[in-house]
Design a protein around this ligand. Structure first.
Ligand code: PDD
Length: 286
């Protein structure tokens, strides 16, 4: 059984409790981060901590703990649960006021809720899915307008994954005004004539921590990166495609809306970027 963290306590997962008045539960009034673990160490902890603070600031929410304390909790959970490869999930909500109310509670009276738990994923870095690549379908992006804030309101991404599943695909890319925004839980890229193309950062997409690292590694490897919008038609005509996230690193995409890209196997650029990402991230892990 896992040991999880709730508001200062390390507990067996079946003893962890949250109030039914918690605003995370009632209103999705909370933010989260997923940080991957390789060799028992955290990948890009600083990036995730900085984005967490930004999400909190945008929602005028205070962190109940410092960045150093957060790091210590992450490490303690990794140690207690013996995680070699996997993820640490962290969530902060605005806490549990005395009753349901749309207005934010007084922060002096209601303290934020902090929950962390680990997910053990042996073999995460050598996932056989990366050898095969993903198939994706396109769906309308009907999410709210602040996707740069990593909130826990994930109903539409969940619906998107279910639409993909029902269509026999692995995931969905979301499209707004004719252009791809991102995947349900990852950032989206295409490769054409050696150029890596991905939507630029704005309030329309989550500013992926893996995205930032991968674009940096790509530029260091003299690859050309173009941050601009692209359509599903352009994606279908691309040489390759891939997605990035903390839980999948760099994952090739081989099929879009039933159209195979190239020969339908993971592309060279995506495969190379996955190798570089894993190697460099492991070196910098803490
Ligand atoms: N998802 N875009 C969306 C909508 C996401 O939910 C995520 C991450 C990303 C990639 O961000 P990062 O590289 O920082 O993980 C992009 C996480 C992994 C999740 O919800 O499980």
């Amino acid at each position: 059984m896992r040991t999880v963290y709730v508001n200062g306590d390390y507990l067996p997962e079946n003893e962890a409790r949250i109030s039914i008045f918690d605003r995370g539960f009632l209103m999705a009034d909370g933010v989260y981060e997923v940080t991957s673990v390789l060799d028992g160490k955290l990948i890009d902890f600083d990036g995730h901590a900085v984005r967490l603070q930004r999400s909190l600031d945008e929602l005028e929410m205070a962190s109940p703990v410092s960045k150093d304390e957060l790091l210590a909790i992450h490490r303690e959970l990794i140690a207690r649960n013996g995680i070699d490869q996997g993820m640490v999930y962290l969530q902060i909500t605005r806490g549990a006021p005395a009753d349901r109310d749309f207005a934010y509670p007084d922060p002096d009276e209601t303290t934020p809720t902090l929950v962390l738990f680990t997910q053990n994923k042996p073999g995460l870095a050598d996932s056989p899915v990366a050898q095969k690549g993903l198939s994706v379908i396109s769906i309308d992006d009907i999410r709210w307008g602040r996707r740069d804030i990593k909130t826990v309101q994930l109903l539409y991404p969940s619906m998107g994954k279910m639409l993909a599943k029902k269509a026999g695909a692995d995931d969905a890319w979301m499209v707004q005004d004719g252009y791809v925004t991102e995947g349900t839980s990852n950032n989206a890229y295409i490769v054409k004539d050696g150029k890596i193309i991905t939507r630029e950062r704005s309030q329309d997409i989550l500013h992926g921590i893996t995205r930032a690292a991968v674009l940096r590694f790509a530029q260091e490897a003299q690859m050309v990166v173009e941050e601009r919008n692209f359509t599903i038609d352009e994606a279908k005509a691309a040489d390759e495609a891939f997605v990035t996230s903390a839980s999948t690193f760099v994952m090739p995409v081989v099929e879009i809306d039933g159209t195979k890209l190239g020969d339908g196997t993971p592309g060279r650029v995506a495969s190379r970027l996955r190798e570089i990402y894993l190697e460099e991230s492991r070196k910098a892990a803490i």
